[in-house]
Write a protein that binds this ligand. Sequence first.
Ligand code: F0G
Length: 472
Amino acid sequence: MNVATHHLRCTECAAVITKDDVSSDFRCPQCKGLYEVVYAWSDVKHPPHAPDDPNSRLPNPSALRWLWQERRSSSLAVDQSGVWRFRDLLPIIEDLEKAVTLREGNTPLYDLPRCAKGAGIDWLLAKHQGMNPTGSFKDTGMTAALSVAAQRGFEWVACASTGNTSAAMAAYAARAGLRSIVFIPEGKIAWGKLSQAMDYGALTIQLKTDFDGCVKILGELVQKFPIYLLNSVNPYRLEGQKTPAFEMVEQMDWQVPEHIVVPGGNLANSAALGKGFSEMYQLGLIPRLPKISVIQAEGANPLYRWFIDSNRVMKPVTADTRATAIRIGNPASWRKAAAVIDELGGWCEQVSEQEIALAKAEIGAEGVGCEPASAVTLAGLKKLVALGKITPEERVVLILTGHTLKDSQYTIDYHRNELFTAAEVAQLTPAQLAQHAALRKPPIVLEADSTLVLRTLESHMSESHKNQPQPA
Ligand code: F0G
């Protein structure tokens, strides 16, 4: 399989173009739809061919499984990358040796037994994409799309971002020796992410608007200057972002979970994971598909609104949520995400600010932690279980998209009980207030006096002893 075999196809009007014909905004000139990367196997039906048919021109599933495993023990950078290790299913660059990689991917799959119990299911896993080099899932997409940019000879790359894309793009651009421009909404991204863009040397422009406003300005710029656009409208980003699906089932000994729960912002990640699972299914690597459900914050919920609207009309919203990564009101990839939910049989839910904060604290209390946008998955899972969309015995995987250190201010405000407004506190039931109180661990400031420290510890220990479940 070589690069000549990939094309770009409009996901709306199905027009197919070659990779060199794509316009700078990555939109179809006819219908303004987004493109997807298509390969020889993109349209085959499962099962594609007798698995060991030597005449098949499609990748052989057993050979792929073996090869991907073998590459784990290699010292080559592309083999150590958890994205390029699966390169057979993303043949998008000509010169593999020049792939721009920070050894992304290879992220852990953690079990979350206490969160599972709290949500009312038997078994829960988290694929922690926050354990990537720049602390978010964006690295998997950035290695792919930035490698394409570098090989096509671009000098400048740019993105509009709620923070994580900009951090990833700045890092990968720096690795490749390219110049990067970041457009972020002023005052509305977490400091950790802003600091990364600067640290990795990006030209960082804070616009006095929101994410959707940044996208608009950048869209105009890429028409006028030779800047390579690295937002998720760039279909190569999704090729990298589909690989956690491969890695996840490999980590589960090629068993397929029943349900994947993904946070939804600009809605490319859910689409990318759906593409990853579908391609594995088409090639016969997995025997069935999981459901993929998307969870949005109540204040940034255009897909949820579309989902519950009987006429299914997409209406952009003015977004507002403390989960700033997903503070997006006009998501570019909503049609792709909607298709994944419908085709794979998932659901879309919304969760409140209080539900997000509680879920984040619960994930933190398991010693895993994540950023607020990632915690919508656990909050949404509870709702999906309550609605009967997920049953207790189903194996569920939450996609944790960002590291807890990305937004430490949120965590500190939560534990100091300074996150919610009085009106938000008033909405909580006594049981919910008790849940928050049990999870909050504010720092205790003391004089450096050992007697005082000892007394404080004793009172804490007896307090936590009282809260332990007593034997019947
Ligand atoms: N989680 C985190 C931590 C994110 O940073 C994002 C998106 C999402 C979830 C949503 O993913 O957009 O594919 O639906 N962040 C983008 C950014 C928009 O600019 O960093 P999505």
